[in-house]
Design a binder for this molecule. Structure first.
Ligand code: SAM
Length: 285
C-alpha cells in the first residue's frame, strides 16, 4: 500500500493520475505526516467502532482511520479521486468509498445501513467552503454520534469553540453550542497542506449533548433569532433583530429592556439563555 506519510509518494500518485486540485471543492490535501494519526486517535478514543469521513481526498486520513476503526465509510464528491483511492486504500478492506455529495446524503439511513448497532464518530479534514453546512447538517440530524473531530480554518475553530456571549462568538457558535460542547484540540499550520491555503487551521472536537442546555418553544424560530441577531454584525441587536424579523425597533428595545439589556447591546454578548428568552418571548406559535 502506498505510504502517504511520504510527500514524494503523494506527489508521484497525483502525477501518475494527472490530478489537478479543484479550488471549488476545497481541495487542500494534508501532507504533514504527524497530523492524521493525531486526528484518528483523538476521534477513536476510547473505543471507536465505525467512522464517517467527509472528503477523503487521496486517502491520507482514511488510511489512519482504517487502522483505528472496524469500519470506515467515506463520502467523496470528486469522481476523479476514485481511481486514486482504489490504489491508496487497496489494503484497507474495512473502507467503503461513496461517490456522493455529503450534504445530499440521508445520514440516518447511512448510519442504519452501514453501521447497524455500532458506535459511530465523524472524522474529516473538511472542505472549508462548506464547514457550516456540514456541521449544521450533522448536528441538526440528531444522529447518535460519539464525537465529531474535524479540521476547520483557525478562525472558524476560534468562533465555534468560543463561549456564546463572548467577543468571538457568532451565529455558528450559538448554534453549535445548542447541540454540542466544542473543544479545540490542536493547531495545524498552513504549510501542512498541498496546496498551502492562505490561513492556518485547527482540529476541533464536538460532543453531542444528551439534551440542549436551554428550553426553546420553537427550534426553527430560535435559530432564526440567532441568524437575525448576527446578520449585521456591526449593528446593535435591536437594529439587527428588527430588520431580520420584521418587528418594530421599539418592540425589540422594550423586550430587551425587560430582560435587563441595554438598548445598544450587541448580539455577541448574548448567552444561549438570552437567545432562548428572546425567541420564546417573540414566538407567536
Ligand atoms: N481528507 C483529505 C486530506 O486531508 O488530505 C482531503 C481533504 S480536502 C480539504 C476536502 C475533500 O472534500 C476533497 O477531497 C474534496 O473533493 C471533498 N469534497 C468537497 N466537497 C464535498 C462534498 N460536498 N461531499 C463530499 N466530499 C466533498
Amino acid at each position: 500500500m502506498p505510504n502517504l506519510s511520504d510527500i514524494g509518494t503523494i506527489k508521484d500518485i497525483l502525477k501518475r493520475h494527472q490530478f489537478s486540485f479543484s479550488k471549488a471543492l476545497g481541495q487542500n490535501f494534508l501532507v504533514n505526516p504527524t497530523v492524521c494519526p493525531r486526528m484518528a486517535q483523538a476521534c477513536a478514543a476510547p473505543q471507536g467502532e465505525g467512522v464517517l469521513e467527509i472528503g477523503p481526498g487521496i486517502g491520507v486520513l482514511t488510511q489512519e482511520l482504517s487502522a483505528c476503526f472496524q469500519k470506515v465509510v467515506c463520502f467523496e464528491l470528486d469522481t476523479r479521486l476514485l481511481p486514486v483511492l482504489a490504489e491508496t486504500l487497496c489494503e484497507c478492506p474495512n473502507v467503503f468509498v461513496r461517490n456522493e455529495d455529503f450534504l445530499k446524503a440521508d445520514l440516518k439511513k447511512v448510519l442504519q445501513t452501514e453501521f447497524p448497532g455500532m458506535r459511530v464518530s465523524v472524522c474529516a479534514n473538511l472542505p472549508y467552503y462548506i464547514t457550516s453546512p456540514i456541521l449544521m447538517c450533522l448536528l441538526e440530524s440528531r444522529l447518535p454520534l460519539d464525537n465529531i473531530t474535524v479540521m476547520v480554518q483557525k478562525e472558524a475553530a476560534d468562533r465555534i469553540c468560543a463561549e456564546p456571549g463572548t467577543k468571538l462568538s457568532g451565529a455558528l457558535t450559538a448554534a453549535v453550542h445548542y447541540y454540542a460542547t466544542a473543544e479545540k484540540l490542536f493547531s495545524v499550520s498552513r504549510g501542512s497542506f498541498m496546496p498551502a491555503p492562505n490561513v492556518d487551521s485547527a482540529v476541533i472536537q464536538l460532543h453531542i449533548r444528551q439534551k440542549p442546555p436551554v428550553q426553546v418553544a420553537d427550534e426553527a424560530f430560535f435559530f432564526r433569532v440567532i441568524q437575525a441577531s448576527f446578520a449585521q454584525r456591526r449593528k446593535t441587536a435591536v437594529n439587527s433583530l428588527s430588520a431580520g424579523l420584521g418587528i418594530a425597533k421599539a418592540d425589540i428595545a422594550a423586550l430587551l429592556q425587560s430582560l435587563g439589556k441595554d438598548e445598544r447591546v450587541r448580539a455577541e454578548t448574548f448567552t444561549l439563555q438570552d437567545f432562548a428568552d428572546i425567541s420564546n418571548r417573540l414566538y407567536k406559535g
